[in-house]
Design a protein around this ligand. Structure first.
Ligand SMILES: Nc1ncnc2c1ncn2[C@@H]1O[C@H](COP(=O)(O)OP(=O)(O)O)[C@@H](O)[C@H]1O
Ligand SMILES: [Mg+2]
Length: 369
């Protein structure tokens, strides 16, 4: 092993910069991810800005950095891990330029678990250290207030922007908060929908967010179209169930995205199978639906969520399972999907910017090592 004495700051910076981010396959040097490098005796310190809070890629990068420092003969590398999530394309008239990524969760079909997936993915991303908002854009049947156990009338502090409500640290807005009576139904026509969605994006004080997850109504209707016209979304997440009948409707939402040049980040297969008390898997709704949609969408299958009464019960009780029982099997499935999604977001952003991606202020992650 070479002697630590001889390690110069320059050679350390260079060694750390040569580590490659596996998600975008670029050197950390090129990504300008390495900061605040110093050496004291045989201990080095550095800060690394990651492209997302996904822990899989984080662990791989941290390991590679530690190996690089060890190779130079340094005994310890004290890393501060920060995240600097990259930003989608923002036009001059973008309604929410501080929101780095907008991710609609969609499906041609109702009842497949869009709201469940949207709420749990939002919480999983939040729990990994990101700043996250959840916008209930299902103006015909808002279920976010129930699922997140939150009701109340949002206020405005400055008379201009409406403050989102907050639960578990998640910023939340729903048409349900604005209705006189939660049981009231919303009969809206195109222009009103456009106005409402515009307000939710533009007139809500979202602040700086890494990810804004949108729970879209089923189908390929006005809400999705309006959204895609108002801003550049990072990409959509398609939710499906395994059975054939569900699929026809789901294909339509994939086609809509493709026609409108909206990237599809990935597919989630929900209610994918049932795991009995002996741990045996039963594919009660058939199999392969998620994979078929993913193939059709030319997007990855992000994962499969089992059907589990706990998912429904916790949803009905206002604490999504990822928050309520983070170590349960469905919660772990959601967390893995959120990890993969974060990496897909990173790749989509790089692609949208032609292979690079602008950085703005990094945010220190709660996890230090
Ligand atoms: N994986 C699952 N296991 C059990 N129940 C689920 C699962 N996913 C969703 N549900 C339940 O199915 C119903 C419909 O889900 P929801 O998320 O409201 O669908 P959508 O938003 O697509 O209409 C809800 O009662 C929800 O709790
Ligand atoms: Mg819903």
């Amino acid at each position: 092993m070479p002697r630590a004495m001889s390690v110069s700051q320059e050679s350390l910076v260079s060694a750390l910069s040569d580590v490659v981010d596996p998600v975008v396959n670029k050197r950390l040097g090129e990504l300008k991810s390495i900061r605040e490098v110093s050496i004291e005796g045989d201990t080095a310190r550095a800060t690394v800005d990651l492209l997302s809070p996904a822990s899989g890629s984080r662990d791989a990068i941290v390991k590679a950095l530690e190996d690089a420092a060890a190779k130079l003969g340094l005994k310890r590398l004290e890393l501060t891990v920060a995240s600097a999530v990259r930003t989608r394309q923002i036009a001059g008239d973008d309604p929410c330029p501080e929101v780095k990524n907008v991710i609609p969760v969609m499906s041609g079909k109702g009842g497949v678990g869009k709201s469940t997936v949207a709420a749990n993915l939002a919480l999983a991303l939040l729990r990994s250290g990101a700043r996250v908002g959840l916008l209930d854009a299902d103006i015909y049947g808002p279920s976010v207030p129930t699922m997140l156990g939150i009701m109340g009338r949002p206020i405005s502090r400055d008379g201009k922007l409406i403050e989102p409500l907050e639960r578990f640290g998640l910023k939340i807005m729903s048409i349900g908060f604005l209705l006189e009576d939660a049981r009231q139904s919303v009969i809206w026509r195109g222009p009103m929908i456009q106005g409402a969605l515009q307000q939710f994006l533009k007139d809500v004080a979202w602040g700086k967010l890494d990810y804004l997850i949108l729970d879209l109504p089923p189908g390929t209707g006005d809400v999705a179209l309006t959204l895609f016209q108002k801003l550049k979304v990072t990409g959509g997440v398609i939710v499906t169930t395994p059975q054939d009948v569900a699929l026809m409707d789901v294909y339509k939402s994939v086609s809509m995205c493709q026609k409108l040049n909206v990237p599809i980040l990935g597919v989630v297969e929900n209610m994918s199978h049932f795991i009995d008390s002996a741990g045996v898997k039963h594919e009660i709704f058939g199999r392969g639906g998620g994979a078929r949609i993913a193939e059709f969408a030319k997007a990855p299958l992000l994962g499969q969520i089992p059907i589990d009464s706990l998912v429904r019960e916790w949803g009905d009780n206002g604490t999504p399972i990822v928050q309520a029982q983070p170590n349960s099997i469905p919660a772990k499935a959601f967390k893995e999907i959120a990890e993969r999604l974060a990496d897909c977001v990173t790749r989509a952003v790089f692609e949208a910017h032609g292979g690079s991606a602008p950085v703005d202020g990094p945010k220190r992650l709660p996890i230090l090592r």
